[in-house]
Write a protein that binds this ligand. Sequence first.
Ligand SMILES: [Fe+2]
Length: 241
Amino acid sequence: MWLFVSFLKNEMNTADLKQDSVLGIAAEKQGAPSRLHSSSTQVLYTMTAALGQRDTYTHAHAQRVAAYSRRLAQQACVSSPDLDNVTLGGMLHDVGKIALSDLIFSNKQASLSKELQGEVQSHPVIGAAMLRHARCNKVICQTVLYHHERIDGSGYPFGLKDHEIPLGAKIVSVADCFDAITTDRPYQRRKTLYHAFRILEEMAGRQCLDGNLVALMVKDIQTNGIEHILPASDTLFAAFK
Ligand SMILES: [Fe+2]
């Protein structure tokens, strides 16, 4: 596993960073069935389990983001097979963090040095490359690769704008932010749901997040609560083994 991750880090450092080179020709075409080969599923589970060994927060965060992403995708009328692809994208969105240095996981400060920030920002590319090697389909790879892109083009790794960002990545992006705001971290206490909604709406107003998706998520949780979403995460993860 570590040799594989090391290989990918070198590959990403030396490659001319182009989206097609990350997604690769081996990835299946968009809209292809989400069913994965059992060996690939095992590899993916091993990757997430290995990440959980290094960082328990990221592991639990991945399960919650998968559950929020699935629910939001349903609200946005995403149907099968992409509903499953987006769910898996949510589960695996940070899997590239397995390649980050221990300094980052042990850091308890809100801010990082420029060098460490750069390393953190490599995780979508590394994650997508790992999934490509595991022969994940293109929707899952794209969701992981683009989950830190922002509507106004201020995101990373490519600075894509609104219409260039796939819907699955926009969904995971909203789910990712919502979970980061509503959970405790070493440097930040979790916010109330009311406060979290205001922050998401403010991010949508600044063209960071998709406004329609934020409105869907806020309305759904205000109407139906949050409890009906979260229990699904354990089920999702169990089905993934
Ligand atoms: Fe991420």
